[in-house]
Design a protein around this ligand. Structure first.
Ligand SMILES: [Zn+2]
Length: 157
């Protein structure tokens, strides 16, 4: 079989890859090794028609690269476009921080209306008092234990 009949498809694909690369270079002109392996095709499909400010994005990327709580540096590029925190793998509280908050609260959930409702440690979940998105850090001072019900309700908002 001749290869010629595949040529139009190959050219179309090549044009698409070129468009993706050009877009990435225009939006993220400062190359970093973390850009390798990002699924740029999907981001191009969803965001190439949106107006984006490369300078603002770069400032935010610099800040996130320095943020110890953003543990997945590769996910920064997905995050600044999609705003989905799952890409950053925000640092979890350590067992010590969790224990400290639990002892401080003496097993009470601050959101429960009935204050006599005491919980076992395993019935509670750690929560950022001030959310990470509002500059809240993953440290002992910003850790509170909520009963599962209230933690799930909080994360639904
Ligand atoms: Zn509760």
């Amino acid at each position: 079989m001749s290869n010629n009949q595949h040529e139009p498809v190959a050219i179309k694909l090549w044009n698409y890859f070129t468009a993706v690369i050009n877009w990435v270079q225009a939006i993220f002109p400062n190359y970093r090794k973390e850009m390798k392996g990002v699924e740029w095709g999907f981001l191009y499909n969803d965001f190439s028609s949106k107006s984006l400010d490369p300078q603002k994005l770069e400032e935010e990327i610099v800040q996130l690269m320095r943020d110890e709580d953003a543990t997945n540096k590769k996910g920064i590029y997905q995050y600044v476009l999609t705003r989905n925190e799952k890409y950053l793998s925000i640092r979890k509280f350590t067992d010590n921080q969790i224990r400290e908050a639990y002892e401080r609260q003496k097993g009470f959930c601050p959101k429960c209306k009935a204050p006599n409702n005491e919980y076992e440690l395993k019935e509670m979940e750690a929560d950022h008092i001030k959310p990470w998105s509002k500059n809240g850090k993953t440290n002992a001072a910003n850790c509170q234990m909520l009963c599962r019900d209230h933690n799930r309700r909080k994360s639904d908002i």
